[in-house]
Design a binder for this molecule. Structure first.
Ligand code: IPE
Ligand code: IPE
Ligand code: MG
Length: 253
């Protein structure tokens, strides 16, 4: 058994005791971090307090995932639909990456983690984009886990942009009309990243909310009622344990 898993098991009784290093650790975990607002509401706090607490959880989960040997951790931080929220909340969310990175970037560098961003950067405020691009730049040589932020990400718009770019390349005779799944994938914002093996969504909602529609075709889903700010290392282990028990057939037998 992995030492780190043992340590977490000793710490918490709620962890499924069947966690085993025999099972595969998912190479790519994607998380729809949901429930920050409800977490705050339950405590009569402003929604921003929930987002702030949720940011701390991203740090904990990043460290554990990296220690467990996860290759890619994709976190859904802001969707293309989240602009519909009140201006104050959007402004707060757009400040969070800066705060997250100002305190966490040195640790990410120390942990050999590579930061990436997936989303439409053109609409992001410059202070947000600068902070994220600085982190991408400063960690680009790192060879450990990829921490992939889905920021102003929407899967339908990603797919449409991919088609537009393909049409341009077709017109310029850079590609022909034979479009394979592999070729199409290279036009997506997740280009170069393996499809997620495990998708986690918190807060009890069971929908994708425009997240990685193409990439999740054969992903294992794990839903939990826990609100994102309450998500702990134990929950991540629980999700991975559940994943290890799934029989992935990819259409075969
Ligand atoms: C997830 O929590 C964070 C973002 C979508 C940015 P929510 O803010 O959606 O929290 P709920 O779903 O309203 O509780
Ligand atoms: C999905 O959560 C987006 C993120 C977690 C960033 P939402 O809270 O925006 O999703 P819906 O509106 O409940 O579908
Ligand atoms: Mg939500």
């Amino acid at each position: 058994m992995l030492k780190i898993v043992k340590d977490w098991m000793n710490k918490s009784n709620s962890i499924n005791k069947d966690v085993s290093s025999e099972g595969p650790i998912p190479e790519h975990i994607a998380i729809i971090m949901d429930g920050n607002g409800r977490w705050a509401k339950k405590r009569a706090l402003p929604r921003s307090a929930g987002h702030h607490e949720g940011m701390k959880v991203v740090k904990k989960v990043t460290k554990l995932a990296s220690n467990l040997g996860v290759g890619i951790l994709t976190v859904y931080a802001f969707s293309t639909e989240n602009w519909k929220r009140p201006k104050d909340e959007v402004n707060y969310l757009m400040r969070l990456p800066e705060e997250f990175l100002s305190t966490f970037l040195p640790e990410l560098i120390e942990e050999n983690i590579q930061v990436r961003i997936m989303g439409d950067k053109t609409q992001l405020p410059s202070h947000t984009l600068n902070a994220v691009e600085k982190a991408v730049e400063e960690t680009k040589g790192n060879t450990g886990m990829i921490l992939n932020f889905a920021l102003n990400y929407g899967s339908r718009s990603e797919i449409l942009s991919a088609i537009e770019e393909m049409m341009i390349d077709y017109k310029n005779n850079e590609i022909d009309s034979n479009v394979s799944e592999e070729l199409f994938s290279t036009y997506l914002m997740s280009s170069g990243l393996k499809d997620p093996d495990l998708l986690i969504r918190t807060s009890g909602e069971m929908r994708l909310s425009n997240f990685m529609l193409w990439q999740l075709a054969y992903t294992e889903f794990w839903f939990s009622d826990v609100l994102w700010p309450d998500f702990s290392e134990a929950h991540l282990i629980e999700a991975i344990t559940a994943y290890q028990k799934r029989g992935r057939r990819f259409g075969g037998i």
